[in-house]
Write a protein that binds this ligand. Structure first.
Ligand code: PLP
Length: 404
């Protein structure tokens, strides 16, 4: 009996699998991590013309260089390379293209009044990218070293960072599985690359509040899913829903979840409501990080800042759209906004739910204003920090020469 089970086909197969996993983890454990001191730079021979900054359109134009770092399970991370911006060459069988093994980040670089490059809480983006990579079984990396490589790319392309409040260089770190085989499984090959795109202010002519469609039929994320990771697979299914909403005159989707219609996120931003509770206390509220919400860098900054002000309650707590509607009906809703790197804050002027449109106040004391006082104050404060006008440890100066 014992002999039979020991040598059964499945026992041998299990032993082989265990052995393979052990060898895989052993071989990756001692492979090299990203090493910024090994970076090589190949400068473009054909610098591209730049559009006037007033004409910039988000994500259409790219700086002269990009950063690339390849990974192989048995070799680890290879030397980082800054190269002229160019098309990628990857196998058409790459698992990024077939199974969505892809994740990314969105961050910005700013030029301050002393002509220095600044970044906003870049360590948070490094952490989030590592956590997305881990979720996709892609290799993790030393965030500090990867950030140093990105900073070298920023030095190379400094003249691509448009100057002035609201202008910045959008940075898109991306990870793709480049395993050249169609098997659905962990990738033995990956590529980390970074491209940069100059962008103008989200609101060139002052705030433009958005109208939302809250349609419970479409769900962005669910418990046990990937809503808290920045993986491409979260975004593809939202495009068609977003386009259908736009045809009906709505700018964004307010994503709800569950039979009680819990509020989760708005478009690709975290959602906040500022209201008076029934006990008369003012409260800024946003859904908790329960696995369905992307842990936004802007969200975290807003929570930290408003908590430090100690002027009203700040809550990360689950709430439903019905509670929001009650607050509107009882004149208790003061403001609502989305929060994210692109806009910082985006005021909400109303939403449709259940075939009814609900108006959200912008500024209760001044009907001409396009954003409420809290929304405007947060935009000013965070922007002040980003451009180094308000000294704050969140704003990281990129030194002109890399530190040894
Ligand atoms: C789904 C989603 N939620 C929230 C955010 C806001 O995150 P952050 O403030 O880090 O830009 C983003 C943008 O990255 C997003 O894609």
């Amino acid at each position: 009996m014992l002999r039979k089970s020991l040598f059964s086909v499945s026992a041998i197969r299990n032993f082989q699998l265990l052995n393979q996993r052990w060898v895989a983890s052993f071989s990756t454990q001692f492979t090299p991590d990203i090493d910024s001191s090994k970076i090589t730079v190949e400068r473009t021979k054909k610098p591209k013309p730049k559009s006037p900054k007033e004409k910039l359109v988000f994500g259409k134009e790219f700086s002269d260089h990009m950063l690339e770092i390849d990974w192989e399970r048995n070799k680890g991370w290879t030397a980082p390379r800054i190269i002229p911006y160019q098309d990628l060459q990857i196998s058409p069988a790459s698992s990024a293209l077939h199974y969505g093994l892809q994740c990314f980040e969105g961050m910005k670089a700013y030029i301050d009044n002393d002509n220095k490059i600044r970044m906003f809480r870049p360590d948070s983006n490094m952490q989030r990218l590592n956590s997305s990579m881990n979720r996709l079984d892609l290799p993790e990396f030393n965030g500090g070293e990867f950030l140093k490589c990105i900073q070298q790319l920023l030095r190379e392309d400094k003249d691509w960072i448009p100057k002035g409040m609201g202008y910045s260089l959008y940075i898109r770190p991306t990870a793709i599985a480049t395993q050249p085989s169609l098997g659905v499984g962990p990738s033995n090959h990956a590529k980390l690359y970074v491209i940069c795109s100059p962008v103008g202010p989200y609101y060139p002519e002052g705030f433009k509040p958005v109208k939302l469609l809250a349609d419970p039929h479409h769900v962005r994320a669910w418990p046990g899913g990937t809503g808290n990771y920045k993986v491409g697979g979260n975004y593809a299914p939202t495009i068609q829903v977003q386009r259908a909403a736009a045809k009906r005159g709505y700018n964004q989707i307010m994503w709800l979840f569950g039979p009680d219609h819990h509020v989760t996120e708005v478009g690709t931003m975290n959602q906040f409501f500022f209201w008076k509770r029934r006990d008369g206390k003012k409260e800024l509220i946003t859904p908790p990080l329960d696995g369905t919400i992307l842990p936004g860098v802007t969200r975290s900054a807003i929570l930290d800042l408003t908590r430090s002000w100690k002027e009203f309650e700040v809550s990360e707590r689950a709430f439903t759209i019905h509670e929001v509607i009650e607050a509107i009906n009882e004149n208790r809703l003061l403001e609502s906004f989305g929060a994210g790197t692109a806009a910082i804050v985006s005021p909400v002027e109303g939403f449709e739910f259940g075939n009814k449109y609900y108006k959200v106040p912008l500024d209760m004391s001044d009907s001409a204003k396009q954003a409420g006082p809290l929304t405007a104050r947060l935009a000013d404060t965070i922007m002040g920090i980003q451009y180094g006008k308000i000294p704050h440890p969140w704003s990281v100066v990129v030194e002109e020469k890399p530190k040894k």
